[in-house]
Write a protein that binds this ligand. Structure first.
Ligand SMILES: [Zn+2]
Length: 416
């Protein structure tokens, strides 16, 4: 297929517009969406979709944007969905973002004007090596940029625009889903999977151009409860078994080779994230991560073994570890529908890149969607150094993502 007849890309203009809208989510808020301001961007996106003629575009009460581009093919083609999140990370301010386009990047340090201490150097951002001659977008030094995931939003929106204006690209039903609160782990809590009505989905929220991620961690949470023995401290000799001290010893005895700071690649870990302690009882909250579900059980057993060993010195004390599933490696579901990933890789190649299959040491909206009946790998959006003031994305990578989305729409039609 020839995309030379395309209209000019609109992804850059859209991106520069979306990042100026503050959509930071808030983990301490019980509301849904966690912050009302996320709907400000949702309304802008809905209006732009309606202006394109996508007449069912709407924002629901929970802050989700749904829209459909009807099929223009005679064939029966499965509906596919493209998904990005509207919120930005609570870790770094997203208010008053002032995007700056650094045209024709030639490798020099990029100094961010509102805080000259913020310098984006190639030595610290090795992916910049692939960006020579490209136009790099950054924030101004005091906020994050929000390329995570407004790059994905802008790419999907431009792809919609191109599809509507290039009827020669034949496609099946294309579903659009924009979610709130992904950064606080609630991105799909209120999603209506039946309303999405797709056979497969692609989140557009990855890093390097050409990457497709079809594996995430599997994740469990764990609560270790320690029951010690309380006594009046003046008369405690030989009686007291302090739960706080037991908890401290357990944490100190966790194997360093099974920690987040001691692992990478395909290795899993156990990680204490919070602790509350008194003399009589203490609890330690853990997150447990691995690509392999079986290993989650083994990692939980490591916690039990460490606790059991520490408690040998505290004969009147007891412990109990309870684990609960958080999300699961999407690969298990994607392997049942191999064409979803194959077509993704093929689209990347057709857009002129080397396709690289990768795994994510974390979860995505897609890992949960995959287990809700909507298998969903992640394709690149071009975002880099996300959740930081040095976040950047290149205009050219965003355009590559638009092309990849269009090829995906076309391939699903072609192979049906
Ligand atoms: Zn993201």
């Amino acid at each position: 297929m020839n995309f030379n007849s395309f209209r000019r890309f609109t992804v850059k203009e859209r991106f520069l517009r979306y990042v100026t809208i503050d959509t930071q989510s808030d983990p301490s808020s019980p509301a849904y969406p966690s912050t009302e301001k996320q709907k400000d961007l949702g309304r802008v996106l809905v209006n732009e979709l309606l202006e394109m003629g996508i007449s069912d575009a709407h924002l629901d009460e929970f802050g989700y944007v749904y829209a459909t581009i009807p099929a223009n093919s005679e064939k029966t083609v499965p509906a596919i969905c493209f998904c990005s999140h509207m919120d930005t990370s609570p870790d770094c301010s997203g208010a008053g973002v002032k995007p700056i386009v650094h045209e024709n990047y030639q490798g020099a340090d990029i100094v961010l004007p509102d805080d000259p201490a913020q310098i984006i150097k190639m030595a610290e951002h090795p992916d910049l090596k692939n960006q020579m001659g490209n136009d790099i977008v950054t924030a101004s030094g005091t906020t994050l940029l929000g390329a995570d995931n407004k790059a994905g939003l802008a790419e999907i929106m431009d792809a919609c625009y191109q599809l509507i204006n290039n009827p020669s690209i034949k496609h099946g039903p294309i579903k659009i889903l924009f979610t709130p609160d992904e950064e606080i782990g609630r991105g799909v809590d209120k999603v209506d999977i039946a309303k999405v009505g797709a056979y497969a989905a692609y989140t557009v929220d990855g890093e390097n151009a050409g990457n497709l991620e079809d594996e995430t961690f599997s994740a469990d949470g764990g609560t270790l409860l320690i029951n010690g023995v309380s006594a009046h401290p003046g008369f405690a000799k030989g009686k007291m078994e302090s739960a706080i001290k037991i908890a401290g010893k357990i944490i100190a005895a966790l194997p360093p080779g099974l920690s987040p700071e001691g692992t990478d690649g395909k290795q899993g870990f156990i990680h204490p994230v919070a602790m509350e302690g008194h003399v009589e009882t203490a609890t330690i909250e853990f997150i447990i991560r691995d690509f392999d579900d079986e290993k989650l059980i083994q990692h939980a057993d490591v916690i039990r073994q460490v606790a059991g060993k520490v408690l040998q010195d505290y004969p009147a004390s007891t412990f109990q570890l309870q684990t609960r599933p958080q999300y699961r490696n999407m690969k298990k579901m994607l392997d049942q529908h191999p064409q979803i990933v194959e077509y993704g890789l093929e689209s990347i190649r057709r857009a002129g890149m080397d396709a690289k299959r990768c795994s994510i040491r974390g979860g995505t909206d897609g890992s949960r969607l995959s287990f809700m009946g909507l298998p969903c790998p992640n394709i690149f959006a071009g975002e880099h150094a996300f959740h930081s003031r040095q976040e950047w994305v290149s205009v050219q990578d965003m355009q590559k993502a638009v092309e990849t989305i269009l090829h995906l729409c076309a391939i699903w039609e072609e192979k049906s």
